[in-house]
Design a protein around this ligand. Sequence first.
Ligand code: NAD
Ligand code: UDP
Length: 313
Amino acid sequence: MKRVLVTGGAGFIGSHLCERLLREGKEVICLDNFFTGSKENIVHLLGNPYFELVRHDVVAPFYAEVDEIFNLACPASPVHYQYNGIKTIKTSVMGAINMLGLAKRTRSKVLQASTSEVYGDPRIHPQPESYWGHVNPTGIRSCYDEGKRCAESLFMNYHQQNGVRVKLIRIFNTYGPKMHPSDGRVVSNFIVQALQNKAITIYGDGQQTRSFQYVDDLVEGMIRLMNTGDDFTGPVNVGNPGEFTIKQLAEIVIRLTESKSKLEYLPLPQDDPIQRQPDITLAGEKLGGWKPIVPLEEGLAKTIAYFKSKLGL
Ligand code: NAD
Ligand code: UDP
């Protein structure tokens, strides 16, 4: 049986990944400090003898014998990663060093959950992996963006210097059940607001775009990337190229929830990227024809159903 470590395993994406790995017959160690994750996301797995939950912070070294590591530990929502920017940088950088050290000692494969944020506010559209990005190194998003960029550099250096088997995945905006209701990201915010008939908070004029990927499509891409040959390190974009303005997203959510909510326009946060769309040509080539299969409205419907039951509606 393969032993797989998932850091950030009690978070939104991590908990879906733990479920999938257990279904595939893997033994899973779920490591989390519960900063943004929650036991509720994985409580149903606790009775499984092949699932182990460890309260630990990736900033400190971790010792275990494992075959694969998925390194997801890091707050992902701007509200949470800006809450303590220094801690966010430590989590990305020291977390990467600790997980790479573990991979080096155990000769395991290690996958880093990187992000479309490495492209910053992009000047090339859609974004291919070859684009170096346009990031403000001192702005309010820099703790996350530069932390993730440094982690990518660490991964490639451990690969080149020490032969560690690394995989870099650049994840574009992902949504789905198990997002925290107060996560602060746009999909969860809009759904929770719409279900409660509260104002939908649009930052700026709502003309900025994002490309939204349903979590099952991402997890499939992550598993396929981990299973690629040792010569393929990535980075590889995994996202849904369907691009929507934030205003369009608000309108779709209002329609699907049959909400009475009105739109409320609030100031745009500093350095908020104007547009985002992944070029997924490389993922198609290297990940066995991978492409997203869940359309936005179908994924939103499942996410809305989750929040309805979560909020007791
Ligand atoms: P999330 O906040 O739900 O999950 C992050 C998890 O990491 C949480 O369970 C949190 O408690 C844990 N964590 C945070 N700091 C930690 C630390 N120092 N030690 C141990 N655990 C820690 O967010 P998510 O959306 O599930 O994101 C998971 C990963 O994917 C993150 O690395 C994020 O940067 C990356 N990512 C996500 C998206 C997205 O759209 N969801 C996009 C790009 C990249
Ligand atoms: N956004 C918004 N209202 C909200 C939350 C977010 O208009 O209540 C906007 C945000 O300014 C950004 C986009 O939605 O332009 C996506 O934000 P999110 O925090 O989900 O992720 P990002 O891609 O910016 O990291």
